[in-house]
Design a protein around this ligand. Structure first.
Ligand SMILES: [Cu+2]
Length: 124
């Protein structure tokens, strides 16, 4: 015995609810993090100096040290920082920024930010 079709007014709404539930479920299951990497270059600079990530999405930020001396990457306003790493090491931090804006980052080793080891994280 065939199942009677839903009234016309109900079906689009049911479909929308089903889609919303599916999308919500996917979001809850966890989107892949956005991966960005920054390299500490010889000459006291970060490459790139500006990085951009979406708001509300987990960010996996990797600092690679291509210089000889130790460096780190600190985003003070977000309370996010890698440890100081030496040449050829990498360090990865994960974080999520909910508020769009521009957040300065810097190297914490004495004198490095002043020498130019600064940059900007833009969250959109
Ligand atoms: Cu440094």
């Amino acid at each position: 015995m065939p199942i009677p079709p839903w009234p016309h007014r109900v079906r689009p709404l049911a479909l929308m609810l089903l889609m919303a539930a599916t999308l919500g479920g996917l979001a809850a299951a966890g989107q892949a993090p956005v991966e960005v990497s920054v390299t500490a270059q010889p000459g006291f600079r970060f490459e790139p100096e500006r990085i951009e990530v979406p708001a509300g999405t987990e960010v996996k930020l990797t600092l690679e040290n291509a210089a000889v001396m130790g460096h780190n990457l600190n985003i003070p306003a977000l309370d996010v920082a890698t440890p100081i790493i030496t040449g050829d090491e990498t360090s990865t931090v994960r974080f999520t920024v909910d508020e769009a804006g521009t957040y300065a980052f810097r190297c914490d080793v004495a004198g490095h930010a002043e020498a130019g080891m600064v940059g900007e994280l833009r969250v959109r």
